[in-house]
Ligand binder design. Sequence first.
Ligand SMILES: [Zn+2]
Length: 76
Amino acid sequence: MEAKFWINYPQERIEGEMYKYRCSYCKVETTAINGLIENHKKDCVFRKEQEKTFKQTILQKSHIDVNQIRGADETD
Ligand SMILES: [Zn+2]
C-alpha cells in the first residue's frame, strides 16, 4: 500500500560506518527499514506519529465517503 511508504524520518549516521544511516529515534538501520513504517521498532516515536496520522487520514476519508453517499441519495 503506497500510503505506508515513508522515508521522511529523521536519520543519523552510524558511527564508524561510512555509508550507513539509521532512524534517530529507534536506531534501526535505513536498509532494514527499507521505507516501511512497520520496520521501525514498535515504540519508535516516528512510527507512532505516522500511525496516528495514517489513522486520522482513514477516518477523514470514511467521513467524506459517507457524505458522498448521502449526496448521491439526495440527487436520486
Ligand atoms: Zn524509527
